[in-house]
Design a protein around this ligand. Sequence first.
Ligand SMILES: CCCCCCCC/C=C\CCCCCCCCC/C=C/C(=O)SCCNC(=O)CCNC(=O)[C@H](O)C(C)(C)COP(=O)(O)OP(=O)(O)OC[C@H]1O[C@@H](n2cnc3c(N)ncnc32)[C@H](O)[C@@H]1OP(=O)(O)O
Ligand SMILES: Cc1cc2nc3c(=O)[nH]c(=O)nc-3n(C[C@H](O)[C@H](O)[C@H](O)COP(=O)(O)OP(=O)(O)OC[C@H]3O[C@@H](n4cnc5c(N)ncnc54)[C@H](O)[C@@H]3O)c2cc1C
Length: 661
Amino acid sequence: MANVKCNPDLVRERAKCSFDVNELIHLIDGGENATKEKRHFEETIFSVKELQDAVPEEYLSHKDRYENAVRKATILRDVCREYMKKYNYKPNRFRVGHGVFKDVSPFLLHDGMFVATIIGQGTPEQQAEWLPKAENMQIIGTYAQTELGHGSFIRGLETRATYDPKTEEFILNNATLSSFKWWPGGLGSTVNHCIVVAQLFINGKSYGIQPFIVQIRDLNTHKPLPGVKVGEIGPKMGFQTANNGFLGFENFRIPRMNMLMKNAQVLKDGTFVKGMNEKLTYGTMVMVRVGIVGDCSLNTSLAATIAVRYSAVRHQSKIKAKEPEVQILDYVTQQHKLFIAIASSHVFRNVYSWLSKSYLNVMKDLAQGKQDHLPELHATACCLKAVCSRDAGSVVEECRLACGGHGYMTSSNLPLVYGFTIATVTYEGEQTVLLLQTARYLVKAWLAALQGKVLAPSVSYLSDWLKNDNVRWQNTPEGIVKGFQHVAAGKVKAAYDTIQKYIKLGKDYEDAWNLASVQLMKASEAHSRSILCEVSWGEVIRTSASPNLLQVLKQLAQLYLVYWTLETSGDFLVYSNISKDDIAILREKYEELLAAIRPNAVGLVDAFDLRDEILHSTLGSYDGRVYERLMEEALKSPLNQESVNASFHKYLKPLMEKAKL
Ligand SMILES: CCCCCCCC/C=C\CCCCCCCCC/C=C/C(=O)SCCNC(=O)CCNC(=O)[C@H](O)C(C)(C)COP(=O)(O)OP(=O)(O)OC[C@H]1O[C@@H](n2cnc3c(N)ncnc32)[C@H](O)[C@@H]1OP(=O)(O)O
Ligand SMILES: Cc1cc2nc3c(=O)[nH]c(=O)nc-3n(C[C@H](O)[C@H](O)[C@H](O)COP(=O)(O)OP(=O)(O)OC[C@H]3O[C@@H](n4cnc5c(N)ncnc54)[C@H](O)[C@@H]3O)c2cc1C
């Protein structure tokens, strides 16, 4: 990238960067070698001509766009397979995926959930049967759980799998419209297999939801098998190339061994054997929620790179009347909009790495029959997924708005990035629903704290706060982290007290819960924010980096702490010992941090190391040729391929002629 002829503003910005951009790239990637490998892989992918689109995707019809995505997905699969064989390298498909598809791959659910569910829910024999076929794409699958009538409340799913001991088969049925599967990615026209989550019935008795692996299309003709009704759900806000679909069964039989039986089992005679914990059936969702936190980091870095580079190139208006128009990045309001995006991406990355480790530890424990830390993992993954996805959506939209009119252009890529980022707020557990799951855990933890019990690490601050809620406020990062814990503890207590108040007024627990649920949701958000602050600050101070880089990383981490303290200052005034004077000091600190980060803004987004092919943006490319690219892309419009469009002769001319009469 270094030899590209760049916009002079960007050249100047890069020259004033106070830290070594390569050092930060290596830190993000996990070492210099990892960067080399990543770049070599990306270079390989983006030099494949067939993966490059001659015409921007947006001009294609819905059908052509899908077909083009499948074409590219198959080529990408082949190239990756060869690459992995040759270099023994496991690439991050998500980064290049954005480059190749702009939106998402029709194989997203195959990689993200189908294979993962076979691994997580299948017995060793079942894995031996299906995993090799799924991994080498002999079969292509998705994860079909959500139905027209139920997505959040999965105990309410209606798809039935009724066991027939005579034939040792399950009979799948979707008797109502609301029971039809609706949403699974790739289901529309791509996959031939599904993980179907259905209600198990044996001898008329319900045994809850279980995962089944089901072939739905013929492997040669791709026609739906008899008894299967399947199709695509149509255009959406984003995810256009994900090929989301619907599915229903009519007396469709599958062998007994197609129920994934790592947890619960159905024996030949129809005996149901309970698993260690019925919630382990939800395991794939927990894994993906963890992954989404990492995805939020990537999505935020895409938007931040585009908006910061554009803001360095774009000049508009003046700060001082007699001086030239300034780079819009010099407006402190612009820095306020954008630097939190850079900081959030780092926070999400650090927290993702921390959460992934917890996830892997819990998986190890479960393999040994220990499930003590599962509730904590579930509660933490739920609230972090909810808050990070919501933040990422807001940050991406703020970046888009920060690019003014040009941010509204599809060619900026910000609308597309927003489309797939905001989807993460809903899928894999709608945000409020997940926050309320965490609230269940917090309320239990609060009760345990009141009883003087020892709490799990992520909630131990509740006991600390009970012992001493009167800690003096300190305007230091550690003091702010403590402050976030105080806010969270105060909100958990208030929500808990509200439930108790309603119970005393004669409400039963469920109604009291519902009445207190806004407070419960906010308590859960505050808990999540306190984890984000504590973990990210902790990770930064433990980072080994050169003094210059460490200084910048600390500035970003502090910016995140101060930004969110100021954003939620009302809560701090209510639940911590912060004073108005402390808030004034923090405002000043925030302005200092914006000024300190300003000279490094371009260097910081360069360090996300997102190639132009991944950014896909007229506004965000490395060379900053913004206006040239906007014009080049506009000229690709089919309407610009003819000097006069047929509609002139057909409609406009007759209209004008009629007007003359
Ligand atoms: C540096 C950058 C790096 C970038 C790296 C990028 C890395 C990216 C990596 C991976 C990304 C992965 C992306 C993959 C692509 C994914 C595309 C996804 C497309 C979308 C797919 C989908 O949406 S699939 C469908 C998802 N559906 C849901 O999520 C449904 C949500 N609903 C539920 O989960 C449940 O209904 C709910 C939990 C809300 C309630 O369940 P219920 O059985 O009713 O339980 P409840 O009575 O409320 O509680 C009882 C009890 O059970 C506990 N519990 C609930 N769930 C769990 C669980 N999963 N584990 C453990 N325990 C659980 C709950 O806490 C209760 O406990 P108690 O309070 O009673 O003690
Ligand atoms: C882009 C995209 C891709 C998807 N891909 C897949 C896929 O591959 N496979 C799959 O199975 N599914 C998929 N889904 C479905 C997704 O998992 C669900 O849409 C999601 O879990 C939310 O469920 P819902 O649509 O039923 O929302 P609802 O539950 O109907 O939510 C509507 C409103 O009701 C509120 N609400 C619901 N329950 C409660 C409660 N208990 N307390 C308080 N408020 C509540 C919510 O907060 C929300 O405000 C996808 C969805 C999207 C958008």
